[in-house]
Design a protein around this ligand. Structure first.
Ligand SMILES: CC(C)(COP(=O)(O)OP(=O)(O)OC[C@H]1O[C@@H](n2cnc3c(N)ncnc32)[C@H](O)[C@@H]1OP(=O)(O)O)[C@@H](O)C(=O)NCCC(=O)NCCS
Length: 157
């Protein structure tokens, strides 16, 4: 891995830590995914970054869902806590949409998230980006913690 890629990975992990939104296990998986991205650059996972004064201020990781024609999964999105609420998350999601729809003229984006009350902000973020709740599996992550599926269908204007 190049030292530039190593530095980007470290900055993304640092942001994820500081959001306090992820468990240690989730951060470990995130690190694996970022390392995978660093060596295979976009094969399975795409990473897009928002830079604030040459430092990473936010990132999104997404990729085409295998065995589909135009479906995509958004796996991770995080913005530096000091920069949240300024539209950065929305602009990262807009970038995902542009790339997804640019490839096939249409796209379905899927996001899986937690139904916990501590994730209320995340769910309002997805709704404000135009995602709709399409399904819920009760107690999926653990008792009292549902899996909530959000989706958004888009086509080229
Ligand atoms: C979710 C997250 C990426 C949003 O990024 P952000 O840059 O703060 O979001 P934006 O400033 O683009 O806000 C977009 C919308 O989100 C919603 N939102 C933002 N902050 C909010 C808050 N404190 N409470 C409720 N809704 C909020 C608003 O509806 C806003 O829409 P508006 O522009 O119409 O007001 C960011 O809060 C984050 O990094 N959270 C921790 C990591 C995480 O949980 N990621 C998701 C799981 S992978």
């Amino acid at each position: 891995m190049s030292s530039y890629a190593k530095d980007l990975v470290a900055q993304c992990i640092d942001i994820a830590h500081r959001t306090n939104a992820f468990s240690e296990a989730e951060i470990d998986v995130l690190e694996e995914v970022l390392r995978d991205w660093a060596v295979s650059k976009g094969k399975e996972y795409r990473l897009r970054l928002f830079f604030d004064d040459q430092k990473v201020g936010g990132f999104v990781i997404f990729g085409m869902t295998p065995m589909t024609k135009y479906a995509w999964d958004v796996y991770w999105i995080a913005v530096d806590p000091e920069l949240q609420g300024k539209g950065i998350g929305k602009s990262l999601m807009a970038q995902v949409e542009r790339e997804a729809v640019g490839q096939a003229g249409q796209a379905i984006l899927r996001i899986e998230t937690s139904g916990k009350s501590t994730y209320t902000r995340q769910r309002s973020f997805y709704k404000s980006c135009g995602f709709e709740e399409k399904g819920r599996i009760e107690d999926f992550y653990q008792l009292g913690d549902d899996l909530v599926i959000y989706a958004k269908k888009i086509s080229r204007a």
